[in-house]
Structure formats: structure tokens, C-alpha cells
Design a binder for this molecule. Structure first.
Ligand SMILES: CC(C)(COP(=O)(O)OP(=O)(O)OC[C@H]1O[C@@H](n2cnc3c(N)ncnc32)[C@H](O)[C@@H]1OP(=O)(O)O)[C@@H](O)C(=O)NCCC(=O)NCCS
Length: 356
């Protein structure tokens, strides 16, 4: 039977084991190393627990090799009723009770921390077709496969499927002329009152307060279906704290914002997350246009502009991956127009901890 060890970041060997276990699971699910993590990135994240308590477990077999991992994030400043749990067992070690042992330990921690709900995801490389072996999200959009080991695991433990998100991948670089056309058409629709600004890494001081407002809006403006998720409160300090954490983890944002020039306010933003393990892949992170400014093609303007910027700043990038709720039609439409193709997704689950 495997031994469970807590990974608090102080033992580099355990951090390495945790990363190995995690990377083996995501490689098996996705068939790509795009989701791999590095030891520095994981250890850096563990050093900063101001906004989330991060519990990490790794299971080692008799030979000391990592075979499974568990992660529990407990939000500390808002959404303090809930948390996010993730358990993964290497394919060769499944079905022997390791996942169960990690899961039980993390559920105990969550309960002791007074959490009343928990969230989790099940990744899928392909969304299953409708039929008796598929479970549909209550939103009516998207399905997961009932015979997926993660789906079985969660349904048998009292979890509810709340939402399905789609993963989409864009192969880049796009032809420069096509990108320029997208940007010009969007700028024409938006008019002269809007202009795009870019930054790489830390937010310029003059935009900090405005950017915090956008970040707060982002937490409630994306569709969350039945997930019990409330507003995150972002201020300038929290933005700076995340930037410091990201520097420790070797992560960086490439950000585009759109300014509403007459009022000097920010109407929206989009960001790529640059990850340390590869220069061929970036993650398309948040995109938001605040309600007052919607319907003017600002989403396309931001995305096309940031893709142009990416091609200049990181010409080695070949793939961009992103996640959207299946019911998020406006965002998916922009992505499809740009050439993003569906590439699987995830079930988003929730469990009420008041249950037995
Ligand atoms: C879900 C996952 C973590 C389960 O890991 P695991 O180590 O195989 O988990 P367990 O062995 O404890 O349980 C798996 C099954 O084996 C059964 N089992 C448990 N102990 C057993 C034992 N000693 N002998 C035989 N079967 C056993 C469990 O009842 C369980 O059955 P169920 O899925 O029908 O409920 C694994 O399939 C995985 O990594 N999936 C990808 C990631 C994912 O989707 N995670 C879930 C979201 S957090």
C-alpha cells in the first residue's frame, strides 16, 4: 500500500514527487505536456498562502516512487465557505484505494476548516456524444462520460455535475493579414472612443485600481451555473501580491486592456498566462468586457490585439489553450471566429459537505 506524505514545499524531493505524479496524470488524460508543472512553480505557490490555504499530498509506493497526488485549495479572503479539490492517480496504480485515501484525508481537512461546499473538475480529452453512457450538465450544454474513472469516482461519492466547460486550442501563428483584419473590423465597430494598451508582467501603477475593478467583475461575470461561487474582492494590493507570487512561480501574464478614452476607464482586458516549462504553449487566461461596454466587438478587439502582440513577443509559441463554459456563447463565438477548435473539456462538480 502506498504511503501518503504531505508536501509543504520544504522538502525538494517531495515537491519533485508531487510534480511527477501530477504530470503523469495530466499526460495520460491529455496526451500532451502542455499542462505540466515545474518544481519551482509548485514550490513558489506553496510559499504564498495569503489568499488560499494549499494542502498538497503525494502517495509513494514501496519503492518510493510517486503514484498519486492530491490538492486542496481553501479560499481565505472570500468564498470562505468552499474550496477546490483535485485527486489524481497514475493509470498503473488505479483501482487500489489510493485515490480514496487521498480524497478522505482532504475531505477531513475541508470539514475541519468549516467548509460547507467543495468543487472539483474531471478532465476529458473528448466530449462524449449524447446517449445512455453520457451525463448532461444541468445547464443543458455539454456532457461527461459516465464510465470515466473520475466521473464514477465523484458520482459515487455524492457529487453533482453543475457545468461542463470546453477546452479549445488555437494553432499559431495565424496569418498576420487575417489577424490584422479581425482587429481592424473590431476597432471599426468599437469606434474611436476605445483604444488598446498592452503590458507584460506587472500592472502599470496608473492602472492598478482600475484593473482591480475588472478582476473583481471577472469573478462574477463568467457563467458559473449552479456552482456556489461569490464575488472575489480585488484591490491594488491583491493585484501586487499575485504578481509577486507569480514571479516566485516563474509565471507571467501578457495583458491587453481596452481603455474607454473619454472617461479614462478600463472597459475590458484579456491575458495570456506564460508558463515556465515550455515556450511553445501559452494559456489563454481571463477575458472580460464589463457589462456597460458590451456589444461593441471589444472582446474580439482585445483578443486579436493580444494575439498580434504574442506573435511579436513570443514567436516560438505554436499552441494556445483556453477553457470556457459550454453555455458561454458570446466568448465561444469569438474563439471559433479566431480559429480555436474544440479539444475536450471538463466536468465541473460540487458537493455539499453537510451531507453524510
Ligand atoms: C478518480 C481517480 C483519482 C481515482 O483514483 P484511484 O486511485 O483509482 O481511486 P481508488 O482506487 O481509491 O478508487 C477507484 C475505484 O476503485 C475501487 N477501489 C477502492 N479500493 C479498492 C481496492 N482495494 N480494490 C479494488 N477496488 C478498489 C473504488 O471503490 C473505486 O470505485 P469507483 O470508482 O467505482 O467508486 C483516478 O481515476 C484518476 O486519477 N482520474 C483522473 C483524475 C480525476 O478525474 N480525478 C477526479 C476529480 S478530483
Amino acid at each position: 500500500m502506498a504511503t501518503l506524505r504531505e508536501v509543504d514545499g520544504s522538502d525538494p524531493g517531495l515537491v519533485r514527487a508531487y510534480v511527477e505524479a501530477h504530470n503523469a496524470v495530466v499526460l495520460e488524460t491529455w496526451g500532451t505536456t502542455d499542462f505540466h508543472r515545474t518544481e519551482r512553480e509548485v514550490a513558489g505557490g506553496l510559499r504564498d498562502q495569503r489568499y488560499e490555504r494549499k494542502v498538497r499530498l503525494v502517495a509513494l509506493d514501496d519503492a518510493g516512487s510517486p503514484v498519486a497526488y492530491g490538492a486542496l485549495n481553501l479560499f481565505l479572503t472570500d468564498n470562505t465557505h468552499t474550496g477546490y479539490v483535485d485527486v489524481g492517480t497514475a493509470p498503473t496504480a488505479r483501482g487500489g484505494g489510493i485515490g480514496d485515501a487521498i480524497y478522505d484525508r482532504l475531505m477531513d481537512v475541508a470539514r475541519q476548516a468549516g467548509r460547507t461546499k467543495l468543487m472539483a473538475s474531471t478532465d476529458q480529452a473528448v466530449e462524449p456524444p449524447a446517449g445512455p453512457t453520457a451525463l448532461s450538465a444541468p445547464t443543458g450544454q455539454g456532457r461527461v462520460a459516465l464510465d470515466d474513472p473520475g466521473v464514477r469516482f465523484l458520482t459515487r461519492r455524492g457529487w453533482q455535475l453543475e457545468q461542463v466547460s470546453r477546452r479549445s486550442v488555437l494553432d499559431v501563428p495565424l496569418p498576420a493579414a487575417a489577424l490584422a483584419d479581425h482587429r481592424e473590423a473590431a476597432q471599426r465597430a468599437a469606434g474611436d472612443e476605445y483604444r488598446v494598451l498592452h503590458w507584460s508582467g506587472p500592472t502599470p501603477a496608473e492602472w492598478l485600481d482600475q484593473f482591480a475593478i475588472l478582476q473583481t467583475r471577472m469573478s462574477t461575470d463568467v457563467p458559473t451555473a449552479g456552482l456556489d461561487w461569490g464575488e472575489e474582492t480585488w484591490d491594488a494590493q491583491r493585484i501586487r501580491d499575485r504578481e509577486a507570487e507569480f514571479a516566485e512561480r516563474d509565471l507571467r501574464f501578457l495583458t491587453a486592456v481596452v481603455e474607454h478614452v473619454p472617461t479614462g476607464t478600463l472597459a475590458g482586458y484579456t491575458a495570456f498566462l506564460v508558463v515556465p516549462h515550455t515556450d511553445e504553449y501559452v494559456h489563454q487566461h481571463d477575458t472580460l468586457v464589463i457589462r456597460e461596454h458590451r456589444g461593441r466587438r471589444l472582446g474580439m478587439l482585445l483578443k486579436a490585439a493580444n494575439l498580434q502582440r504574442l506573435a511579436v513577443e513570443m514567436p516560438t509559441v505554436r499552441r494556445i489553450g483556453t477553457w470556457n463554459a459550454e453555455e458561454n456563447a458570446p466568448m465561444l463565438a469569438i474563439n471559433v471566429e479566431l480559429g480555436f477548435r474544440p479539444a475536450g473539456g471538463a466536468g465541473e462538480w460540487q458537493r455539499d459537505l453537510a451531507q453524510a
